[in-house]
Design a protein around this ligand. Structure first.
Ligand code: UDP
Length: 383
């Protein structure tokens, strides 16, 4: 059994979801041929304060976004990141090399921008020629720290990603472009909506909006949910049926979940925390209201789910907004009352537009990307 180690970090939900996607497809396709381990080197194998990096990320992005934006922009400059990464690799040599010896992988896959140069330098100092594969999990705005010329292969999810990788010095024979790795359930044909809805405790035949904002439930989710619910309640006043129902997935944001669970909703509404079967919830809905997270956008496309973007993390998600608009797979609206207006239209007189958007999303989706990526990686180690 050959060991593969996936380096990820829980900064947001996307890196973990992509790591799980790769691990699960390895398992599905190759069974016992490979043992795939996932590790967050930052929180499990570095000393404080570095090990708190994932938690700090959550705090910065949600509570001090201007500071996060500043740090992100500084981090886009190779003249800044290169010496910092070199120093970090030196400082973390003992910790990272210990982890590598412990897992003793035959091949390493990294799905995190801050786990590229560091492990590559550590491997070089250890004189190990373990193949090292980068799987980029940003969609459009991809900072140069992702790209290291010493990677054996680098998988980029988009043409823009390919262009940026070339600009950073990677060669065409190092690069592959398939799409963002999403979990294998997104590649399966979903069960019919009414059935899924019944299973999930929803009304089977009422238009449904899903609100989700990354793994951490960031941003003004509560305000948006209340505005959409109020608008759909008003729309349904004359008829017998509700004009819509709502699902709000709060991710790991427990405070938000508690607040929304206590709310008196004017339309049928389900509030959830972090759900493991997000594909079922997505497939049961008619549109998704989300921040511009790359994972969520790729997953929505795979299921042909129209996207209403309500915000983005400045920097890393900026490019995803024009991507969604350019491909006609959704709209971008920030104000909660305007978001409610769009949903009201989509569930009412603009139903045909919603269907067109869904079709374009389906065409853009790359549900097989994870399988293609895994096959190539397995090929590197004789799978
Ligand atoms: N996600 C999930 N369950 C939840 C909330 C989110 O599985 O309850 C997943 C979602 O499907 C996506 C990831 O978390 O794969 C979020 O990634 P994205 O890139 O959209 O945003 P991030 O959280 O990384 O900022």
């Amino acid at each position: 059994m050959k060991k593969i180690l996936i380096l990820m970090s829980e900064t947001g939900g996307g890196h973990r979801a992509s790591a799980e996607a790769l691990r699960d497809v390895f398992h599905e396709r190759y069974g016992a041929q490979f043992q795939v381990d996932m590790v967050d080197l930052w929180s499990e194998h570095t000393p404080p304060p570095l090990r708190h990096m994932p938690k700090t990320y959550r705090f910065l992005v949600d509570d001090v976004p201007w500071l996060y934006k500043f740090i992100y922009e500084v981090g886009e400059k190779p003249q800044v990141t290169e010496p910092v990464m070199k120093a970090a690799a030196k400082f973390l040599q003992t910790f990272v090399s210990r982890a590598i010896r412990q897992y003793n992988p035959y091949l390493i896959i990294s799905v995190h921008p801050l786990m590229q140069e560091i492990p590559l330098q550590v491997l070089a100092r250890m004189k190990r020629n373990t193949p090292f594969v980068t799987v980029v999990t940003d969609l459009i705005t991809i900072p140069p720290v992702w790209f290291d010329e010493n990677a054996t292969l680098c998988f980029v999810p988009s043409e823009e990603g390919y262009r940026l990788a070339r600009q950073a010095g990677l060669q065409p024979d190092q690069l592959r472009q398939y799409g963002l790795p999403i979990r294998p359930a997104f590649a399966r044909k979903p069960r019919p909506k009414p059935l899924l809805r019944q299973e999930l405790g929803m009304l089977p035949d009422v238009p449904t909006a899903l609100i989700v904002s990354g793994g951490e439930g960031m941003g003004p989710v509560g305000e948006i949910a209340r505005a959409v619910a109020a608008r759909l309640a008003a729309d349904g006043q004359d008829g017998e049926r509700s004009a819509g129902q709502l699902v709000v997935v709060c991710g790991r944001n427990q405070r938000l979940q508690e607040e929304l669970e206590a709310h008196d909703w004017p339309i049928p509404t389900i509030v959830k925390g972090f759900v493991e079967n997000i594909w079922d919830w997505m497939a049961a809905c008619d549109c998704i209201i989300t921040k511009a997270g790359p994972g969520t956008i790729a997953e929505a496309c795979a299921l042909g789910l129209p996207i209403l973007l309500s915000g983005y993390i400045p920097g890393q998600e900026s490019g995803n907004v024009p991507y969604v608009l350019k491909h006609g797979i959704g709209v971008y609206v920030e104000e909660p009352w305007q978001i409610a207006e769009v949903v009201s239209g989509w569930f009412g007189p603009q139903r045909a537009i919603l269907e067109d958007v869904a079709e374009r999303a389906r065409q853009l989706g790359r549900p097989q990307a994870t399988y293609q990526i895994v096959e190539e990686i397995a090929g590197l180690v004789g799978g």
